[in-house]
Design a protein around this ligand. Structure first.
Ligand SMILES: CC(C)(COP(=O)(O)OP(=O)(O)OC[C@H]1O[C@@H](n2cnc3c(N)ncnc32)[C@H](O)[C@@H]1OP(=O)(O)O)[C@@H](O)C(=O)NCCC(=O)NCCS
Length: 243
C-alpha cells in the first residue's frame, strides 16, 4: 500500500499496554494527499469531497488512509477487503470481507497532527489538540472541568494554565472516545485521577456513573501538542456495544 517514493506520513509514536499509538503528519503535502486519496474507497471519497474546508478534507484523508494502512497490515487484508461501520454514536469499527472484526482502534486529528491508537481488542480512545493561547479558556471550563479541576485551574497562570486545560481536555476526550458515547457522557461530570492531574503520566479511572469498568488513561502530550489515550483495563468481549 505504501510507495517508498512518496514515503509514509505516519510513524510509531508509543506503546501503551497492548495498544500501539501512531503519529500522523497532517501538514499540507501534495504527494501524501494524492497518495492518501487513492487509498480511500468510494464512500470515503464522497465523504472527503463533502468537506468544504481544505484543512478538514486533508486531515480526514491523510488520517483515514494511514488508518487503512495500519489496519490492513495488522489484519493481513487488502484495502478492498477493509470497510468501516459505525456505532450508533458514530464510533467506527472495522469490517473485513463485510464481517465485523474485533480489532480496536481510534483516531484523532487536529491542526497539523493526528494520532491513531490500535490494539487487538478492548475499547480505546485517543485525542490530540494543538494548544492555543485563546483568551476564552475560562469560559470553557464550566463545560469541561469538574469542581476540583476548576479550583486547580483557577490557581494557575500563563502557559501552566493553558497546559493544564488542554491536558484535562485531551484526557477526558480520550476517555469519552474510549467509551464511545460522544456528548452523552458529560466531561464536567467526572474528574481525571488526582495523581494524573498532579503530573503523573498514567493513572486508572472509573466513570462515577459507570463504576463497573476501569480504564487506563495516559498523557501523551509533547511540546507540540496535548494528547492522551484511554484503554479499557478489563476488556469486554465486544468493543462495538456501549455500556
Ligand atoms: C466525535 C467526537 C467523539 C470527537 O470529536 P473531535 O474531538 O472533534 O474529533 P477527533 O479528531 O478527536 O476525533 C474524530 C474521530 O473520532 C472517531 N469518532 C467518531 N465518533 C466517535 C465516537 N462516538 N466515539 C469515539 N470516536 C469517535 C472518528 O474516527 C473520527 O475521525 P474520522 O471522522 O476521521 O473518522 C466528538 O464529536 C464528541 O462527541 N465529543 C464529546 C466529548 C466532549 O464533550 N468533549 C469536550 C472536551 S472534553
Amino acid at each position: 500500500m505504501c510507495s517508498s517514493a512518496v514515503g509514509r506520513w505516519w510513524r510509531p509514536f508509543g506503546i501503551v499496554g497492548e495498544a500501539t499509538v501512531f503519529h500522523v503528519d497532517l501538514a499540507p503535502h501534495a504527494a501524501h494527499e494524492a497518495r492518501a486519496s487513492e487509498w480511500l474507497n468510494a464512500e470515503e471519497r464522497v465523504r472527503s469531497d463533502r468537506y468544504l474546508h481544505a484543512g478538514s478534507r486533508r486531515r480526514f484523508t491523510l488520517c483515514r488512509a494511514a488508518l487503512r494502512a495500519v489496519l490492513c497490515s495488522r489484519l493481513a487484508c487488502s484495502g478492498q477487503q477493509l470497510t468501516f461501520g459505525t456505532s450508533s454514536y458514530g464510533k467506527p469499527f472495522a469490517r473485513v470481507d463485510e464481517m465485523p472484526n474485533r480489532i480496536s482502534f481510534n483516531v484523532s486529528h487536529g491542526g497539523s497532527h493526528g494520532l491513531i491508537a490500535v490494539a487487538p481488542h478492548g475499547r480505546l480512545g485517543v485525542d490530540i489538540e494543538e494548544r492555543s493561547t485563546r483568551d476564552d479558556l475560562s469560559s470553557l471550563t464550566d463545560a469541561v472541568l469538574g469542581p476540583s479541576e476548576e479550583r486547580e485551574f483557577a490557581l494557575l497562570r500563563g502557559y501552566r494554565r493553558t497546559h493544564f486545560f488542554f491536558r484535562m481536555w485531551t484526557l477526558k476526550e480520550a476517555l469519552i472516545k474510549a467509551l464511545g458515547v460522544g456528548f452523552s457522557q458529560d466531561p464536567a461530570k467526572f474528574e481525571v485521577p488526582l495523581a494524573v492531574r498532579r503530573g503523573a503520566k498514567t493513572g486508572m479511572h472509573r466513570f462515577p456513573n459507570l463504576p463497573q469498568t476501569e480504564w487506563r488513561v495516559d498523557d501523551l502530550g509533547t511540546g507540540d501538542f496535548a494528547a492522551a489515550v484511554a484503554i479499557e483495563a478489563s476488556p469486554r468481549r465486544s468493543q462495538m456495544s456501549s455500556e
